[in-house]
Design a protein around this ligand. Structure first.
Ligand code: ZN
Length: 147
């Protein structure tokens, strides 16, 4: 099965079947139009600080090389209502910790395979889970319909 993701994030989206948490999300969510990933930096690290605002926009920062990766931002999605306001990003803290694995799930419209001008950026929904590493605590960070 071919898997899709928005262009801004695709090269950091990996499949990690050795990760039990990833496998659980695949079992729960993945089908022909929901694609589950784990975030991995180009330096191969998979641990991130997480920043979010109320739009919601989600940006993560690699704990190894400090690269910032946008995981979710409405400005990239054709069917999204664009928001003018720039809101303040807040760092996500969970169990007094700030280092997470990040698992996004991108949804496409159920007819997308038949769309001759299919646009990989045209997601309809996004859920992001984070796993706080020290306590193995899992939290749903966003659950957002793009339009
Ligand atoms: Zn990195």
């Amino acid at each position: 099965m071919e898997k899709y993701a928005p262009f801004h994030v695709k090269k950091y989206c990996v499949i990690d079947n050795n990760d039990e948490v990833y496998r659980k999300f695949v079992n729960e969510y993945e089908d022909n139009y929901h694609f589950v990933y784990k975030m991995k930096c180009s330096c191969y690290n998979d641990k991130f600080e997480v920043y979010k605002d109320d739009n919601p926009t989600v940006i993560i920062r690699c704990t190894n090389c400090n690269k910032e990766i946008t995981v979710y931002d409405l400005k990239y999605y054709p069917s999204a209502i664009k928001l003018e306001d720039k809101l303040e990003m807040e760092q996500v803290i969970c169990c007094n910790q700030n280092i997470f694995n990040v698992y996004p799930i991108y949804e496409y419209g159920d007819e997308f395979e038949y769309d001759t001008e299919f646009d990989e950026n045209d997601i309809t929904w996004c859920i992001i889970f984070i796993r706080e590493i020290k306590n193995n605590s899992i939290k749903k960070l966003i659950d957002d319909e793009t339009a």
